[in-house]
Design a binder for this molecule. Structure first.
Ligand code: PMP
Length: 283
């Protein structure tokens, strides 16, 4: 049987979930989304994800369509079992009467959510390449308009790498679908929030866990030249957690394997997930 998904107030089999070709998400990429990992049946950092959704919506001149409680009730119905899964939710500006760039008034948004299993990320590490960032100037908005990200990720895949690290004006920003953290002289460094990167929920959690472990952290601009000096490079995201980059542009990073600080944060991150699973079991 098709899995059940949520579309505009209804739960229905995936194959029956249909939207109009006049949906502005389809015509203009006019919408935003979230991806929320779920462990032991419990969404990780749900409030933070919903606040980021609000922020994305506000930035594209939309109101929050549902309360946190209403979203939560939808997710509870989509989550099945206690295996690791992730919720995908998307809000578009809805169906207009004709194709026109101007934002239509009085149109109900299209709301969609589904929950799919997530596989454990590859622990051995990944290869990455640096590429020139070709995206727009509002990368803080989690917009569904992901053509540049798609092309950049594919550019990496074509060379046998798993992720593209995006460079703009000689500065290291983030991955095609992840944030970046580097270890420089024992300090964990990551670019500051702003219009050039997505404010990653995993990024914030890793910074918090690092601080709790007594690891010094710094949020500051990273020059491209510093990537070559980093003893460790990690990419963070909700579904792939903390991924060590072991080879960058064909050269080994550090010792060419997952580094010692990664092991510290990886174990703190796994413990955090386990706590969530146990709190879910406790009710
Ligand atoms: N940057 C970009 C461009 C992303 O698409 C993502 C998530 N897919 C991230 C960073 C990581 O964000 P999060 O930790 O909230 O998943």
């Amino acid at each position: 049987m098709d899995m059940q998904v949520y579309l505009n107030g209804e739960f229905l089999p995936l194959g029956e979930a249909k939207i109009s070709v006049l949906d502005r998400g389809f015509l203009f990429g006019d919408g935003v989304y979230e991806v929320i990992p779920v462990y032991g049946g419990k969404p990780l950092r749900l409030t933070e994800h919903l606040r980021r959704l609000d922020q994305s919506l506000a930035n594209i001149r939309m109101q929050p369509p549902l309360t946190d409680e209403a979203w939560s009730a939808i997710f509870d119905r989509l989550i099945s079992g206690t295996h690791d899964q992730s919720i995908y939710l998307q809000v578009t500006r809805g169906v207009a009467t004709k194709r026109d760039h101007a934002i239509p008034a009085g149109v109900a948004p299209t709301l969609f959510a589904m929950c799919t299993p997530i596989a454990p990320p590859p622990p051995a590490g990944i290869r990455a390449i640096t590429v020139e960032d070709i995206r727009w100037n509002r990368c803080d908005i989690k917009a569904i308009t992901l053509l540049a990200n798609v092309l950049l990720r594919q550019q990496a895949l074509d060379t046998g790498a798993a992720e593209a690290i995006l460079i703009r004006d000689g500065k290291v920003l983030e991955g095609a679908a992840s944030n970046i953290m580097i270890v420089l002289g024992g300090t964990l460094v990551t670019p500051p929030k702003g219009a050039a990167i997505l404010p990653g929920i995993t990024r914030d959690l890793v910074l918090e866990l690092a601080a709790a472990q007594g690891v010094p952290t710094e949020e500051r601009t990273i020059d491209l030249s510093e990537l070559g000096q980093a003893s460790e490079i990690w990419m963070t995201s909700s579904t792939r957690e903390i991924l060590p980059v072991i080879e960058l542009d064909g050269k080994p990073v550090g010792e060419g394997k997952a580094g010692p600080l990664w092991a510290v944060l990886q174990s703190a991150y796994q413990a955090y997930k386990q706590m969530l699973r146990e709190s879910a079991r406790a009710g």
